[in-house]
Ligand binder design. Structure first.
Ligand code: EPU
Length: 337
């Protein structure tokens, strides 16, 4: 078992932050993971890395970093309505989406082009354009680091919420997700209610709806306003969209009639954080190589050599100014390490 020492993590985080891991290795199976942990885990802090698309490194990692490279996409069973597909946690998410499109399996087309790996999808209940992973999730296998054994988590076990799951809360840092099984529909249910999708489909001249057309529409929308991490470092939305009470929303709307908000099921309102940030004048602002993206204010970017500390400091300034102007405290979506 060979560990790389003082190994640069720049290629392994989509922000492109140049920090070093004291020890680094990858694993392609549960047994390789176990071997890695047995050899090196004693007394080290441990970070399991997936696609690195939702993490901001603010300094070197003085411990062990293990990259999850467990691959494989397989249909495991099917019934009248569904096909159950199991994917290794280290598979690239969009590769999995493409597999589903090629096999005419519906449910993840709205989630096209989300950076990151399969393992992160349940971790933060990834979502976009009206669909969340919980809508297609069947179960997952995860390895408990301390107990050294595998557990299966059903939909209910995962306690999914908005960009949230049990793995970000009670079970944080306790499990390594090994594989995820999704249940995809043979007959699609199209989700085009998210305004921009309808518009894009019209623009594309689509007259017969298909999961492939929806996927292309989503890809077009995403590439038009979200920076490609391969070109400009970023981790997607840096903050969550905050929810506020009905009363708070009414007061806010009196002062800011143009506020962009969506009603939740429980009477609260979700406010577009991108709008709040833009109103505070941050859209397109640069602090050296750290910036707030000119086309989507919710996305912070690394134009080249920004440090994680600089990006974090910018996020703090943004957070404080939104709090001051609107009385709303934003919450970071990205994991800070
Ligand atoms: N808006 C602005 N200014 C901006 C950005 C947004 O005014 O700079 C307003 C616009 O009115 C826009 C609205 O906010 O119509 C919503 O913006 P958008 O459709 O871009 O979505 P979002 O709420 O900013 C969320 C997710 C994204 C996901 C999109 C599409 C979160 C934190 N983010 O962003 O997910 O792709 O919806 O469904 O919920 C991610 O999690 O990394 C991510 C990119």
């Amino acid at each position: 078992m060979e560990f790389k020492e003082n190994f640069s993590l720049k290629p392994f985080n989509t922000f492109g932050i140049d920090v070093k891991a004291r020890y680094y290795n990858s694993f392609e199976s549960q047994s390789e993971l176990e071997e890695n942990l047995q050899t090196k885990n004693h007394g080290q802090s441990l970070l399991i890395l997936g696609g690195g698309s939702n993490i901001l490194f603010t300094g070197d990692v003085n411990g062990l970093v293990l990259k999850n490279d467990i691959r494989g996409i397989d249909i495991i069973t099917e019934d009248e309505h569904y096909v159950y597909v199991k994917a290794g946690a280290g598979e690239n998410w969009h590769v999995f989406v493409q597999y589903c499109l090629q096999h005419n399996l519906a449910g993840v087309e709205n989630l096209s082009l989300i950076p990151g790996n399969v393992g992160a999808s349940p971790m933060q209940n990834i979502g976009a354009y009206g669909v969340e992973i919980k809508d297609v999730f069947y179960d997952l296998e995860a390895y408990h680091i301390k107990e050294e054994k595998c557990f299966t988590f059903s939909l209910n076990d995962c306690e999914f919420g908005y960009r949230d799951s049990i793995f970000k809360k009670r079970f944080k840092d306790q499990f390594v997700i090994l594989s995820v099984t999704y249940c995809l529909r043979k007959q699609p249910i199209f989700h085009t209610q998210y305004g921009a999708i309808e518009q894009e489909l019209v623009q594309m001249g689509v007259n017969k709806l298909s999961i492939q057309a929806i996927s292309q529409a989503v890809i077009n929308i995403r590439t038009s306003k979200l920076p490609d991490p391969a070109v400009i470092g970023n981790a997607g939305s840096f903050f969550k969209n905050p929810s506020i009470s009905n009363e708070q929303f009414s007061t806010l709307k009196e002062s800011f009639p143009n506020v962009v908000a969506y009603p939740n099921n429980d009477g609260t309102f979700k406010i577009a954080a991108g709008w709040l940030i833009e109103q505070c004048g941050w859209k397109g602002v640069r602090r050296g190589d750290a910036g707030c993206h000119p086309k989507q204010a919710l996305v912070l970017v690394n134009y080249g050599n920004a440090t994680g500390k600089k990006i974090y400091a910018l996020s703090q300034e943004i957070l404080e100014s939104v709090q001051e102007k609107f009385g709303i405290m934003l919450e970071r979506e990205v994991n800070i390490f």
